[in-house]
Write a protein that binds this ligand. Sequence first.
Ligand SMILES: NC(=O)c1ccc[n+]([C@@H]2O[C@H](COP(=O)([O-])OP(=O)(O)OC[C@H]3O[C@@H](n4cnc5c(N)ncnc54)[C@H](OP(=O)(O)O)[C@@H]3O)[C@@H](O)[C@H]2O)c1
Length: 443
Amino acid sequence: MTRTIGVALLGLGNVGGGVVKLLEDNAAAIAARLGARFEVRAIAVREVDKAKRVVDVDRRLLTSDVDAAVRRDDIDIVCELIGGTTLARHAMLAAIAAGKHVVTANKALLAEHGAEVFGAAERAGVDVYYEAAVCGGVPVIRVLREGLASDRVESLHGIVNGTSNYILTEMARTRRPFADILRDAQALGYAEADPTLDISGGDAAHKLAILVNLCFSTTIDVAAIPTEGIDIVEPIDLDYADKWDYVIKPLVIARAHGDPATGPIEARVHPALIPASWLLADVGGAKNALYVQSYALGPSLYYGAGAGMLPTAMSVVSDMIEIGRNIFARVAGAPRPTRPRPVQPRAAMALGELRTRYYLRFGVHDQPGVLGRLMTILGAHHISIAQVVQDGRATGDEPVWVVVVTHEALESDVRAALSEIDTLDVVRQPARLIRISGEVSPA
Ligand SMILES: NC(=O)c1ccc[n+]([C@@H]2O[C@H](COP(=O)([O-])OP(=O)(O)OC[C@H]3O[C@@H](n4cnc5c(N)ncnc54)[C@H](OP(=O)(O)O)[C@@H]3O)[C@@H](O)[C@H]2O)c1
């Protein structure tokens, strides 16, 4: 007789619906790989009588009682696919307390309450898996936890928010302004009705917090991660980037400094100019990628669909299969944490201590001597210039742009210089700063 594993789905939206579809479409292959089949025995939703759902399900499975769904005796695995941090946190802790293994796609919850959730799971002896929480369908969690288990990550650069990547890719292709492209992205379903978390970098910061924990065995306060959204990028920045063989990408960046086990961790989220010849420059549209630099392997790149019904469901169901295997091997919930315990707290490197290169754009009055005044202030703050252009003559209300690419400089020096420059009478707009990142030196 085929063994069965009882599943409760919390949420039947994009991801929950994808899980139902994948369990049906791939039932035979999944049963062959696991030696068992999954049976969805309860599905919690907000509105049981919703007229239209992503997939058809037996309506008798639907309930709006999340607590009842997670406590049922015939449930082994609870998949939390509701989202948010209030009900989802309550439901996950209730499931863990009831002795259920948990799969989640909820990066916000893990980034903000990970310590509580994983602590409770360890005490209760249950598994918590979360592959879909970062890069959707790209199995980066498994790579970092298993594939690179014997290696040591030195740095990572990721494009982990598909909405931001789609918008910047389209801005680069069409040179249309951010707000126009955002409207199109919403119409096409690439951006939420409220896109704030995506375009502000908040969603990426949640994912970065999870990655930092896996790579550097430490926890990081999401609120303390320096985070800038893509709305600082204007079409004119893409013109200059293009001219100098860069592209602008929405990056998450993390790096270990000093002692590999105890040194401070640099973590930041912002759009960055990267060399057009770097692998990440080709990650376009809504795709995600993670570029990892590790001690033994060197550079490696993981690429694919970071969201979407089936790609995300694929990660959720693969986690269910792994838990199923753990159950049959009688190691489910054994002290083999799916998330590293902090070996010891590591300091977060302050952004002011960052040394990198910068793209700076100044909007100034068209007057003789302006360029000299800007360069004098930059020089006085130890910032040396790799490239500079002053474009054309002012027409009407438009300022003249002075655009600068610096050599490596200290962020606190750059900030001090910009504060001084922004007060000059010849300046018409606050300076625009975009950091430059990447593994390839500029030409
Ligand atoms: N969509 C993606 O591509 C993607 C990718 C990676 C990770 N994720 C993560 O996956 C999770 C789910 O995302 P999603 O896109 O599937 O969301 P979604 O389409 O908005 O679906 C949310 C589901 O949760 C249910 N729900 C909401 N409030 C509830 C309540 N009070 N009680 C019971 N059920 C409730 C909804 O019920 P009703 O159907 O009745 O409204 C709906 O079925 C989120 O954490 C998200 O960040 C999503």
